[in-house]
Ligand binder design. Structure first.
Ligand code: NAD
Length: 368
């Protein structure tokens, strides 16, 4: 039996700093849980541009297609703002998502008990929150044709096209139903079927997939604007939400803020199953390269660590080990170990990035 393979693309800014902590955790699972990975590392974003003049080389792209999962840190930084659009760091990430065809973007909004005070909502509304937003990532209005700014008579007109095929809707719906089955068996699909034809098709196809393949999952439909209201009014009513690219972009960011800090938010982007039945997969924190704190040991590594927990759960079917890692993070927070982004008292001393990683390791040790 060969070990499952991981490609680490740490990227720019705080990417390498938070990924260094994930490396320690990966090693811990190898040493203590008999869960070893073949880990390779490569460059993406500005770091790849500096070395090769491109934010993602063909060789790295090929590796990403071959491994069981990709772990990405973050890309970008002010140094690269002047670059041509085609070689900007973000293009490396977009190429990965596009060529791996990662159509299902999973964004959990989970409120760790110790951080309930960080939410902009009342504590009792968010305490214990654990929902998952599934956003369609490779189609919809960000990709539909025609698009552009055109001349029409005496003025310009900006055009984007919301376009979804049945198969694009069905595959992301399946991904969401599968997730719901692993969780509390509830899925809410959001669109604007009241005013958009693509929304009518979305609703029809999600219902058809449900009736034919997942009749036991409790399915509801909601208009996305009403869904946005419900998310901030009573978010705990949801389990899994599935929605299109545009609404998912907005709703997942809103839901993320229910839980407090950007430094705590993981994500997964999944594609079609590979020959070994594992989905194509890329795991990354939601945050960017945070140039304002890069190189200072201030970055919170939890978002990246929790992204690895998602990899354990969704790529390697190790839900129990993912639970262990999430519980370790929860314990560290409850014990009061915090990086600066999670501090409230002004005179408290924040933990550094590596102290936070070490505290998670200690909590993992204690879990044995
Ligand atoms: P950002 O997420 O990098 O930072 C926003 C704010 O949150 C900053 O104040 C930062 O210090 C803080 N922050 C972010 N992550 C943190 C962490 N782990 N711990 C503690 N504090 C944290 O967003 P930005 O400032 O808008 O963008 C910076 C760069 O990152 C830009 O070049 C942008 O294009 C890029 N970016 C990349 C990604 C990605 O790689 N997926 C996502 C967003 C932004």
């Amino acid at each position: 039996m060969t070990n499952p393979s991981l490609l680490i693309l740490a990227g720019d800014g705080i990417g390498p700093e938070v990924m260094a902590e994930v490396r320690k955790i990966i090693d811990w699972f190898g040493a203590n849980r008999g869960l070893s990975f073949d880990v390779s590392e490569d460059l993406v974003g500005g770091a790849a541009y500096d070395a090769h003049g491109t934010p993602l080389t063909d060789a790295t792209m090929e590796k990403a297609q071959e491994v069981d999962a990709v772990l990405l840190g973050a890309v970008g930084g002010p140094k690269y703002d002047v670059l041509d659009f085609a070689v900007k760091p973000e293009r490396g990430l977009l190429r990965l998502r596009k060529e791996m065809d990662l159509y299902s973007n999973l964004r959990p909004a989970q409120c760790f008990d110790a951080l309930a005070d960080f939410s902009s909502l009342k504590k009792d509304i968010v305490a214990g929150l654990d929902i998952m937003i599934v956003r369609e990532l490779t189609s919809g209005v960000y990709f539909g044709e025609p698009r552009g700014v055109f001349k029409e008579g005496n003025e310009r007109v900006g055009v984007n096209t919301q376009r979804y095929t049945e198969s694009e809707i069905a595959r992301v719906a399946r991904s969401a139903f599968e997730l719901a089955k692993r969780r509390n068996n509830k899925l809410c699909s959001m669109e604007k079927a009241n005013v958009m034809e693509s929304g009518i098709l979305w609703r029809d196809v999600v219902q058809e997939v449900h009736d034919a393949e997942y009749p036991d999952v409790e399915l509801s439909h909601m208009y996305a604007d009403a869904g946005a209201m419900q998310l901030v009014r009573a978010p705990k009513q949801f389990d899994v939400i599935v929605t299109d690219n545009l609404f998912g972009d907005l709703l997942s960011d809103a839901a993320a803020m229910l839980t407090g800090s950007l430094g705590m938010l993981p994500s997964a982007s999944l594609g079609a199953p590979m020959a070994n039945d594992r989905p194509k997969a890329l795991y990354e924190p939601v945050h960017g390269s945070a140039p304002d704190i890069a190189g200072q040991g201030k970055a919170n590594p939890c978002a990246c660590i929790l992204s690895f927990a998602m990899a354990l759960r969704y790529s390697f079917d190790k839900g129990d080990e993912a639970d262990r890692l999430e519980a370790a993070v929860n314990k560290v927070l409850a014990d009061g170990v915090r990086t600066a982004d999670l501090m409230q008292a002004e005179n408290a001393v924040p933990a550094t990035t590596s102290e936070m990683g070490d505290a998670v390791l200690a909590a993992l040790d204690a879990s044995l």
